[in-house]
Write a protein that binds this ligand. Structure first.
Ligand code: UN1
Length: 507
């Protein structure tokens, strides 16, 4: 496994770092097993309270200096990280694929997302602009400016083990913040690799120690971060359950949180859809990353006139899917993250059947040669009702629910009729339908697409969703604003001191 040595991943790794230095810790070692072949790849020592404390203190010291660097200079550091990622794209893509299980194409795509957000952040580093306003008082000027917030804590999930980190860090860094990352304990080696790539650039540029911190650990480390008043912003990606806990703890101390939680995304397939195009969007959305993206397509809401035709196409397409080693580019679908995820997949299938679901493509766990890890499952399709409890629930697995509709209003109501609100799409060539879908009475999700699936958002747009998805926005557009504090400045350049609102106060 040449990519492991190229990325400086050892058999035994320290999991606590302040940027270029690795800290000792008495925390437990976390073993990382590949879902691809079940092999133990390497182990990583997690943080204990002492090393956590050392990291937060180092981050505070680093912030005092880093915030004084001109933003374009910070942007230049991010530019160099982007260059380094270009050199390491193949190796890091392979590690993502091997440790997490997504196809190599998707592993490479994830690294490309990192490169793209670096480019975005570099441009941003020469902007970060506020507005100017006209003062009601003569000889006064008003404007607003954005300043760095401080320490940004990042809690990320296994399904995008590197890209989500980069969405947060690259923006936070150009904004002048310092970061502390708690990656998923299921993908600690991807985090070690990112740390090594960044350390190389930081060393060359004398970036203060403490700007890029890593603390591998389990839920308790996330709790320390959520309760720590020194951490100005906690950006958390993962389950709704985790998000609620983070949100409550951070709100309890009036800190800021940025949440990107579960999705239960639907595609509406209109009678005016190009069904061949819809097929690719729906199939990739449902089986890509083995259904473990927040943006995965979980529900298809199909017009009754094309329902049978589209169902047949889909069943046929599922028959062509190749499931196996995700590093072998012939395969479309790799394994689930671990056997616990397989249990949840099996459980969801049982629940769906118990509620009356009719499986038109049966699921099942694959056994035999190449499937020894026990994590490979068959993508499956069930005709179901939106009201089923299991359909209302996000299962991180390739299970797709089909339902029928008559009117667009009904389809939109079904699409919106779940607790989550991340991504959504309509497949139609009918302009009236498309615009109605995008109107205020249309999709209630953070992402709403036309003739594109629910997954695979570009970094240039703000990423996130409503309702139980948590309301946060990461990545592009003006998502950077959450990483900064806004200050309104009023400057008086006269020799009088008139009060606002015409108040008289003479001495
Ligand atoms: C996630 O699943 O948490 O839109 C992120 C997408 C990817 C990001 C997904 N660009 O599918």
């Amino acid at each position: 496994m040449q990519f492991l040595s190229q990325l400086q991943v050892q058999q035994k790794n320290k999991g606590v770092s302040t940027g270029t230095k690795w800290l000792s810790s008495k925390g437990a070692a976390i073993d990382s097993y590949s879902p691809v072949d079940g092999q133990l790849i390497a182990s990583v020592k997690s943080a204990d309270k002492e090393s956590y404390e050392a990291v937060v203190q180092q981050a505070q010291t680093a912030f005092a200096e880093w915030r004084t660097w001109p933003a374009p200079k910070r942007g230049d550091i991010v530019r160099q990280i982007g260059e380094e990622l270009r050199l390491q794209k193949h190796a890091l893509g392979q590690l993502v694929s091997y440790e997490m299980g997504k196809s190599l194409q998707e592993g490479l795509g994830e690294v490309q997302e990192m490169i793209d957000i670096c480019d975005f952040a570099v441009g941003l580093s020469r902007q970060l602009h506020g507005l100017t306003m006209h003062s009601e008082r003569p000889g006064h000027r008003m404007y607003e400016q954005y300043h760095p917030l401080g320490i940004v804590g990042i809690i990320s999930a296994f399904n995008f083990p590197v890209a989500v980190w980069s969405w947060n860090t690259t923006l936070a860094w150009v904004c002048g913040d310092v970061c502390i990352w708690k990656p998923s304990e299921k993908t600690p080696l991807c985090a070690i690799a990112c740390q090594n790539i960044t350390a190389k650039v930081f060393k060359k540029n004398n970036v203060p120690e403490g700007v890029n911190n890593l603390i591998v650990g389990d839920r308790i480390v996330g709790e320390w971060m959520s309760n720590d008043t020194r951490i100005a912003l906690v950006s958390a990606t993962g389950s709704t359950r985790m998000g609620k806990a983070v949100s409550a703890a951070v709100a309890g101390r009036l800190g800021r949180s940025l949440l990107e939680l579960g999705g239960n995304n639907a595609i509406i397939i209109s009678k005016d859809a190009d069904l061949d195009m819809a097929l690719i969007g729906a199939a990739f959305g449902a089986v890509g990353t083995a259904g473990q993206r927040c943006t995965s397509t979980r529900r298809l809401i199909i017009h009754e006139k094309v329902y049978n035709k589209f169902k047949d196409k889909l069943v046929h397409a599922y028959g062509q899917l190749k499931i196996g080693d995700p590093l072998n580019e012939k395969n479309h679908v790799g394994p689930l993250i671990d056997t616990m995820a397989v249990e949840m997949y099996k459980d969801a299938i049982e629940k769906c059947k118990a509620e009356g679901g009719n499986f038109v493509v049966e699921g099942g766990v694959l056994k035999g040669k190449g499937y020894e890890s026990g994590c490979y499952v068959k993508p499956c399709i069930a005709e179901a009702k939106n009201s089923y409890a299991i359909v209302q629930h996000e299962t991180f697995a390739p299970i797709l629910y089909l339902m029928k509709y008559k009117t667009l209003e009904e389809a939109i109501a079904m699409q919106n009729g779940v607790p989550q609100g991340l991504s959504s799409a309509i497949m139609t060539n009918n302009l009236r339908e498309a615009e109605q879908y995008l109107s205020a009475a249309g999709s209630d999700c953070g992402i709403a697409n036309v003739n594109i699936g629910t997954s695979g958002a570009e970094i240039g747009g703000a990423f996130g969703g409503e309702k139980e998805t948590g309301g946060g926005r990461e990545s592009g557009s003006d998502a950077w604003k959450v990483y900064m504090r806004r200050q309104t400045n009023t400057i008086n350049y006269t020799d009088k001191l008139p009060l606002a609102q015409g108040i008289k106060f003479d001495l």
